[in-house]
Write a protein that binds this ligand. Structure first.
Ligand code: SF4
Length: 362
């Protein structure tokens, strides 16, 4: 299978003895995410993912098992996150989650978009966690480190099945995605809305076609995403749009922001939020390399603006102020008030808060 000798030894395949840790190599047990991280560390990405499934989209899909489904987080407007996959074939160049791939010794560039880990036992583990008497039904943020509706979800249906379990456990959810496939699950989302409340944040940073082609090479057209918002709202689901991230020099001009907010309003979104791009760790290295190769004339300006992981506060404030003005102009601020009158769940926090925008700036 291509695992190095040292790795096999570490996993327990020593002196002819087969231990539980090695069974996945023989096909009787799937590796855990930790097994895969160790195998990649010791033998490299290709050898470490030698058992991965290759599909028509050229990505490799490595099935793994997870020990826990819900991850506890601090300092966020929610306490728990849930991510069925690692890596994302949407491959957005600005993706905040690229840095998480480096935790697996995979690079935050091509590997992030082509080497995907699939947590096949996620739903069963989640059901056990939600069944515990200590579970307080706190809100779960779904899709913070990878898109839960990237194309492979059509095959595994892990996101759909997780939502079914969360509905049964009456646990509120905030889900973020760029995948119009989310409308497939509007029946479950409608049930969850009634059982506990849910908000769907569809990420549409801009309707500008050139920016879409350049920055989001694997994602559905922005208008397709907005049509998904319309369909969710028509099904009684609290759905809106995050313009996250707004990328300086690509999607930050007033005309592009206004065209996007107008399109968002025209498609019936219940709210809109925005956040300026952050560049951290692996994301920073990948994005600036991409700019250097494809738009070298923009590199000096972007490097100056991003002396730190965030653009200067004055710049971010200016962008957020522009969004607020346009939000008012197109009536988006008033919609959640209307929703509360009709019994729909209001947003748990203002969608324009920079904190939340940063949270979902993937
Ligand atoms: S921004 Fe979202 S959709 Fe794009 S690559 Fe990252 S996780 Fe996937």
């Amino acid at each position: 299978m291509g695992y190095g000798t040292a790795c096999l030894k570490r996993l327990g395949f020593v002196k002819g003895m087969i231990t539980s840790e090695t069974l996945f190599i023989l096909g009787t047990r799937k590796p855990t995410t930790r097994d895969i991280a160790s195998a990649i560390k010791e033998s490299g990405v290709d050898a470490g993912l030698a058992g991965a499934d290759h599909r028509a989209d050229d990505a490799s899909y490595q099935e793994v098992t997870c020990r826990s489904a819900l991850n506890r987080v601090e300092g966020m407007p929610f306490s728990w996150t849930l991510n069925p996959y690692r890596g994302c074939t949407h491959g957005c160049h600005y993706c905040f989650a690229r840095r998480y791939h480096s935790q697996f010794e995979m690079n935050s560039g091509d590997d992030f978009a082509t080497k995907i880990l699939v947590k096949t036992n996620l739903v069963e583990v989640l059901a056990r966690e939600l069944d515990r008497p200590a579970w307080k039904r706190e809100r779960v943020a779904f899709g913070t480190a990878t898109d839960p509706y990237q194309p492979i979800e059509g095959h595994y249906k892990l996101s759909r099945r997780s939502l079914e379990v969360l509905t049964r456990a009456r646990t509120p959810v905030a889900l973020i995605t760029k995948g119009p496939m989310v409308v497939r699950d509007k029946d479950v989302l409608a049930d969850l809305t009634k059982a506990a409340g849910c908000s769907i944040y569809v990420s549409v940073p801009s309707v500008d076609e050139e920016a879409w082609r350049t920055l989001e090479p694997g994602v559905a057209h922005p208008l397709q995403r907005l049509r998904a918002v319309r369909e969710l709202v028509d099904a009684g689901i609290h759905a809106g749009v995050l313009m996250a991230p707004i990328v300086p020099g690509f999607t930050s001009s007033r005309s592009k922001v206004e065209a996007t907010i107008k399109a968002i309003a025209d498609h019936g979104a219940r709210f809109v939020g925005a956040a300026v791009m952050r560049l951290e760790d692996g994301t920073r290295a990948h994005f600036l390399k991409f700019i250097e190769e494809s738009f070298p004339s923009m590199l000096p300006g972007l490097t100056r603006l991003y002396g730190r992981k965030e653009a200067p506060k004055a710049y971010r404030d200016e962008v957020h102020a522009m969004v607020r003005v346009l939000q008012d102009r197109y009536g988006l601020n008033r919609r959640d008030d209307d929703a509360s009158k009709t019994g729909a769940k209001p947003a748990e926090e203002s969608a324009t808060q920079p904190r939340q925008g940063a949270l979902f700036a993937r």
